[in-house]
Design a protein around this ligand. Structure first.
Ligand code: DC
Length: 229
């Protein structure tokens, strides 16, 4: 039997990547990897060490840090040198700085290599900005999720409020637009749809609808490749 598939899910913040990728991974019984959490972890540490504007110090710090992601019972957890940072990486301060840290070439090289090692055996749903273009350009199935800015703002604000972080929608919108701009115009692996990725506009889809659509597409590819799901 052929090896299990690599499924790449890319798109901007709030497009529904995480929810969809997690549910898809559960349905397929595949691993799930949130690559954004890795960029967030190093950003959090850079802020903590007050070196967020110093590229070479950030790279040095990353080389000394073992970033681990664990996915269990539907929860994705992130650790840096065995210390859990799952909550801390979702702060507004990290949101505001993560795109600048993600622009650093060497940061990307180190994290992309890690992501490739984790995904090498297949049987994984990996989400991010450059999975289908850079990390796994030969991924078996690729999706590019989008949604309108207003819908993405609504989703992100709701998420923050549910976590007890009350923040005005305007601020969330501004932060999303700012990240979109930096992520999609940066020199190193900008956020863009891979030519062979299937676009999915989730603005008017329910979560079930988007997961089922993607699952069906994955199942078709598996069938064509003789891979058992
Ligand atoms: O998916 P997220 O919002 O948690 O990602 C946080 C940031 O990390 C995002 O604004 C850009 C960066 N990122 C990246 O550059 N490449 C990835 N594969 C994933 C995330």
């Amino acid at each position: 039997m052929n090896k299990k598939l690599i499924v790449a899910i890319d798109g901007p913040a709030g497009s529904g990547k995480s929810t969809t990728a997690k549910l898809l991974a559960n349905k397929l019984n595949y691993l799930y990897l949130d690559t954004g959490a890795m960029y967030r972890a190093i950003t959090f540490l850079a802020l903590k060490h007050k070196i967020v504007k110093n590229e070479s110090e950030i790279v040095k710090l990353l080389k000394e840090t073992d970033i681990e992601l664990i996915y269990e019972n539907g929860n994705s957890r992130v650790f840096a040198n065995k210390i859990e940072l799952s909550e801390e990486i979702r702060s507004h301060e990290v949101n505001s700085n993560v795109s600048d840290v993600s622009k650093i070439k060497q940061v990307r090289e180190i994290l992309v290599q890690k992501q490739r090692e984790i995904g090498a055996l297949g049987g994984i749903v990996m989400e991010g900005r450059d999975i289908g273009t850079v990390v796994f350009p030969h991924a078996d199935v690729k999706f590019f999720l989008t949604a309108t800015i207003d819908e993405r703002t609504k989703r992100r604000t709701k998420e923050m409020v549910e976590k007890g972080k009350h923040i005005h929608e305007d601020l969330v919108k501004e932060s999303l637009l700012n990240r979109d701009k930096i992520d999609s115009t940066r020199k190193e692996s900008p956020l863009q749809k891979a030519e062979d990725a299937t676009p999915v506009d989730t603005s008017f889809l329910t979560i079930d609808e988007q997961v089922n659509f993607i699952y069906d597409e994955v199942a078709k590819v598996a069938l064509s490749k003789g891979v058992e799901l």
